[in-house]
Design a protein. Structure first.
Length: 336
């Protein structure tokens, strides 16, 4: 009898323990479900209030969900974007498509936790927006990737601003030619390439003869217009690989990759003769044809480094001016 009572008591105690455990499990489950519901509500709220495109890709079913940002940012209202990744892939810029998709697949296969990329995405009107896409790769308990959750931000304005700033940094605002800052970088790059490939680089330094008189007697507006016309003339009379820069004032620099000394000298003569044949009389009162003084140097013949070659061209230009202007002087031979 005693053992029976003890057994019943033990059973009762175990029953109570199981009931308590069950209640705790149910409470924990309820709390987790509540937390999950709240998290889902927050996610839905964020997806409706953000200006970005929020997307979710189920890697097992290949189904994609996107919020209304796909319409607000990119105008895809008339068509309902397909719920698969092919629609997204088809709207990537052709030049970006392969590298972007491959980088995503690599991140998934490698087991990465995050993936991000800048690329161009097609709007409904056919134009392309620059976007920044970032996502979190979700893995199951076995470490297998099962889902990607990400957002797409339109960064077109930022990219445009950066391009404008870069352009302003290297472009002369008056003539539209490259400026002195770009010249130094470009010349250094061309000389490095010439050293690597055992080639030459021609350097032409040009100066408009008697330009100060135009500015002083006819005003800076006329002088500026003359500078723009000379710049346009130079651009039309060089090779596609040549680089034309405004060095400052009425001085211009031409970089001629792979050009020999004779080719560089002949190009200088062509420019000198060509500018004298132009008619500026419609707005500029010149008592004689416009002329150029030109100094020519070639790397590595006239200097085995950037500074030496540049100084050789500058010295040749000085020689052209001292010899009476309207002439081409080659470094080391200041009499033309």
């Amino acid at each position: 009898m005693f053992f029976l009572v003890v057994s019943l008591v033990a059973v009762s105690v175990m029953t109570v323990i199981l009931i308590v455990r069950n209640r705790r499990l149910q409470e924990n489950l309820h709390q987790k479900e509540k937390a999950l519901l709240e998290a889902n509500e927050r996610f839905q709220l964020v997806s409706y209030t953000t200006s970005d495109v929020i997307w979710e890709w189920d890697l097992l079913t290949n189904q994609v969900w996107r919020n209304q940002g796909i319409q607000l940012l990119f105008g895809h209202r008339g068509e309902q974007p397909r719920t698969d990744m092919e629609w997204w892939k088809e709207h990537l810029h052709p030049d970006d498509r392969e590298k972007v998709f491959n980088s995503m697949q690599t991140a998934i296969k490698r087991g990465d936790e995050f993936w991000s990329k800048e690329y161009r995405f097609q709007r409904a009107d056919g134009t392309y927006a620059y976007v920044f896409d970032r996502s979190y790769i979700i893995h199951n308990g076995y470490g297998e990737p099962v889902k990607m959750l990400g957002s797409i931000m339109d960064i077109s304005t930022r990219i445009h601003s950066e391009k404008v700033l870069r352009q302003e940094a290297v472009i002369d605002p008056l003539t539209g030619l490259f400026n002195r800052r770009y010249l130094e970088e470009a010349l250094d790059q061309e000389i490095r390439r010439a050293v690597l490939n055992d080639q030459t680089v021609g350097i032409l330094m040009l100066d408009i003869d008697n330009f100060k008189q135009v500015n002083d007697m006819q005003g800076h507006a006329i002088g500026d217009r003359l500078l723009r016309d000379v710049a346009a003339f130079l651009l039309k009379n060089v090779r596609g690989t040549d680089i034309v820069c405004r060095y400052g004032g009425d001085e211009f620099i031409l970089i001629l990759p792979t050009a020999s000394m004779e080719f560089s000298r002949q190009r200088g003569e062509t420019l000198r003769q060509g500018i004298s044949e132009l008619d500026f009389s419609t707005y500029c009162n010149l008592n004689r044809p416009l002329t150029l003084s030109i100094g020519v140097a070639v790397f590595p013949e006239h200097g085995d480094n950037l500074q030496a070659a540049f100084e050789a061209a500058d010295s040749a230009l000085y020689g052209a001016k001292q010899s009476g202007r309207n002439r081409v002087c080659v470094a080391g031979n200041n009499h033309g």
